[in-house]
Design a protein around this ligand. Structure first.
Ligand SMILES: NC(=O)c1ccc[n+]([C@@H]2O[C@H](COP(=O)([O-])OP(=O)(O)OC[C@H]3O[C@@H](n4cnc5c(N)ncnc54)[C@H](OP(=O)(O)O)[C@@H]3O)[C@@H](O)[C@H]2O)c1
Ligand SMILES: [Zn+2]
Ligand SMILES: [Zn+2]
Length: 337
């Protein structure tokens, strides 16, 4: 079958139409007719080769929602016509101790969907069905995609940091990931403080469930804390004054990184030692956590707020992500392509 995709042919390039052939699914594979695909900032990092691992042409897109069209001989948990989602991870060994513990996201052999790809900026996707997740009926397919990477990442990063309920939780950066973090943390019974560079996001933060919003201009440190946090989740793709943010954590509090900063962390040691604070990094989430997160999103009505673009307008959508003018996640509509 011929696939119509959108590809970056070189580092940082505008996306162009690109077509290629896929075979019928074998064994555990399935083929999916893509309906929608979110644009995650990681797609930009890969298009721009920020992490030195990109392979061109890059066909990015890893917040994929679509309908199963064909399945391989070993697929039992999906049937033709099911609506599924596919996120950042395409496969894992499924046999190492991390995989056996349900932490497929930590597997040494875990493979991203878009490196080498092809990913979901296309009208069809051939992929391993073991990393394709049924979408609960209560979630609108138009908004579901961002849960598959952004949603699982913030849910995983908060859970790994010990999120339960009744806690004080901070979120730095209210983009695609951050606006979902505020919803998960608040709907699960925590009080949320938002740190944002955007005035309009500070005003809207209450509607996402935040209790307070603090505007911190780009390049500035946050003000001194007047309320201490148990968990502070950073979703920003930049380097901030982490030492100043550490001061916002209570004793035994955790600074949890999911955003990929553009430089190594620069942290003072005494604020960590004297208050037994912790630093954590967290990648996406395992398959069990993905199913748990989707179920919570369904039951607690946690919905990404999206701007939908026809797939042919992909470059306009990407430019809006780059300029931080999307509110709050760009989603491409592949239904007509
Ligand atoms: N760990 C993982 O598994 C994982 C998974 C997915 C994504 N990520 C990473 O998470 C990061 C965020 O992804 P995203 O899709 O949420 O991106 P996004 O939609 O572009 O949002 C990032 C937000 O960070 C803030 N920000 C951006 N540049 C900033 C700067 N120079 N200084 C201060 N704040 C800044 C902005 O929020 P305000 O307007 O509120 O200031 C922006 O909306 C990326 O690095 C991405 O690669 C990691
Ligand atoms: Zn493994
Ligand atoms: Zn992502």
């Amino acid at each position: 079958m011929q696939v119509q995709a959108k590809a970056a042919k070189e580092v940082g390039a505008k996306l162009e139409s690109y077509s290629f052939e896929i075979e019928s699914p074998q064994e555990f594979q399935c083929s999916i007719a893509v309906e929608y695909c979110g644009i995650c900032h990681s797609d930009l990092h890969i298009i721009d080769n920020d992490w030195g691992m990109s392979q061109y042409p890059v066909i990015a897109g890893h917040e994929v929602i679509g309908i199963v069209k064909e399945i391989g001989s070993q697929v039992n948990h999906l049937k033709i016509g099911d609506r599924v989602g596919v996120g950042w991870q395409k496969s894992a060994c499924l046999q190492c101790s991390d995989c056996l513990k349900g932490n497929e996201n930590l597997c040494n052999q875990n493979q991203p969907l878009i490196v080498p790809g092809p990913g979901g900026f296309a009208n069809h996707l051939l992929t391993d069905s073991r990393f394709a997740f049924p979408i609960p009926q209560g979630i609108d397919p138009k908004v579901a995609g961002p849960l598959l990477c952004g949603g699982i990442t913030v849910y995983g990063g908060l859970r790994a940091a010990g999120m339960s309920s009744g806690q004080e939780i901070g979120v730095i950066g209210i983009g695609g990931l951050g606006h979902m973090a505020v919803q998960f943390a608040s709907k699960l019974g925590n009080r949320v403080t938002v740190f944002t560079t955007s005035e309009d996001k500070a005003e809207f933060a209450h509607q996402l469930g935040a209790d307070r919003a603090i505007v911190v201009s780009k390049g500035e440190a946050p003000p001194k804390p007047d309320r201490l946090l148990n968990i502070l989740l950073s979703t920003v793709p930049a380097s901030l004054d982490w030492g100043a943010y550490l001061e916002h954590l209570d004793s035994d509090g955790t600074l949890s990184f999911v955003g990929v900063s553009d430089a190594p962390l620069n942290l003072p040691i005494f604020p960590l030692i004297m208050k037994r604070r912790r630093i954590l990094g967290s990648p996406i989430g395992g398959r069990g956590m993905m199913i748990e997160m989707l179920s919570i999103a369904d039951r607690f009505k946690i919905e990404p707020i999206v701007e939908v673009f026809p797939s042919d307008n992909i470059n306009e959508a990407i430019d809006k992500v780059r300029s931080n003018s999307i509110r709050y996640r760009a989603v491409l509509d592949f239904n007509q392509s």
